[in-house]
Design a binder for this molecule. Sequence first.
Ligand code: BES
Ligand code: ZN
Ligand code: ZN
Length: 520
Amino acid sequence: MKIEINERLAKSEGVILPFWSMPNAGAKGKSVLPPWAQDSFAPHEFTGAPGQTASLRLPAFGKKKPGNENMLRTAPDSRIVLFLGLGEKNKCNPHALIASYANALNALKSARCKSVALLLPAGPVGMPPDGFVYALASQLTMADYAFDKYKSREKDSPPKPAIETLLLVPAPPAKSSILPALRAALARGVVLGEAANFTRSIQNEPSNVATPAYVADQARKMAKASSLKCTVLSKPQMEKEKMNALLSVASGSDQEPRLVLLEYRGNPSKKGWDAALVGKGVTFDSGGISIKPAQKMDAMKFDKSGACAAIGALSACSKLGLKLNVVGVAALVENMPSGKAYKPGDIVTACNGQTIEVLNTDAEGRVVLSDALAYTSKKYDPAVMIDFATLTGACVVALGDLASGILSEDDSLVLALTSSGERVGERLWRLPLWPEYDEKVKSEIASLKNTGESGQAGTTAGASFLKSFVGERAWAHIDIAGTADSAKSRAGLCPGGTGVGVRLSLDYLLNFKAPKEKKK
Ligand code: BES
Ligand code: ZN
Ligand code: ZN
């Protein structure tokens, strides 16, 4: 799908026309449509309520064929007008508008429109116009993605043709002088959306396909196409590095683990690394010996989403022309029960010498990340480190699927990341990481234990544990357990992986400010 900014609503097979609703319209609201359109919908009123749609098929371009309904429906150039409700102007949330546009685009795709033009909302939407186009373009790019490669095609349900062109048209009286800014924002938004789609395409693969080796191969292929350096550590190499925590989680599986290191040097004159993005990549989390209940265990193929996010974010650094040195790390293992599996009570040693008492083999994410974070800190010494992990069910309980948890001791890093989240529509909500919580993950017989106090602040316990492996630097842990995948389609996206973390980290890098000084 090619997206362009156009000054006028050019001839397209489908057109999306947005309407604000009247203040306090309520259920008995008045139609906000122009009179010529109102007649077509009587007795249904189109009030412009958020997400409300009504579509109207107009006669084929240039030809008038009154009374021939069938002909109109099948005419290749028939025009569908989709009226889209945006809700009340003074109550609007830009990401709710974007979700409505994405759903409207899907409706026109279902109606087999190959070209679509959409009118942008008139007036302020709670974001500058270029910011709105940026976020909208990324969402519409993501709405265009479907995971259907395994679906057999019956004759009677041929695939929907793709939308080939999409025009975004500023609402009049837009000045032509804003067009260059809108075009630049559009280009960036599309890059973000495509990177997120790449992440989703790996996320959605089932664990029998997406093994650690498979995910590493995807990263390697991507790196080749995106001029990144890619190093993949195999099991013997990790043994050499003494990553015995990560290896212990992998030990129950027939699938060998991998550690992927992707290096983007956008500022080659500088020696060090500005940022590291580290992701939990458990390609399937059965819980191991502390096995999970059967219900919804299939969703644990998404336990690799943090790693997929790091890989997807790195895929776009060069396209965005980032003048930064960024490393992406994917820690890939499968967590399975077997005679070789690690067991509750085991004590394992991470590559930085810290010992971990394993009290629950299902709290494997932090064990895997301990080595990945310690290794990244030692090898790259990045100014900022951000990790993405589907770490705790407790985060799903706290925030549901509408926000990821962010835990950090660095207020300015939290502010920068939450602001990025607001811009790209990936909400973050801060949970505490006060030093007092560190006691909860101290072990009687080892440096740390991998569970906190039962039933208490599980997400913070996970982050407190990770804190021991990040060294002295600005660091944020982002728990995406609730946001990595969705069983329902939402905001125009198909069910499955959401690509969470990709747009967020790219927006953060686009607005990167080096931390003032290293934390003492
Ligand atoms: N991968 C899970 C967390 C998870 C839960 C992700 C639900 C997505 C949806 C993680 O490895 C896990 O099982 N964590 C345990 C930790 C506990 C045993 C301390 C949890 O949250 O129950
Ligand atoms: Zn687990
Ligand atoms: Zn897990």
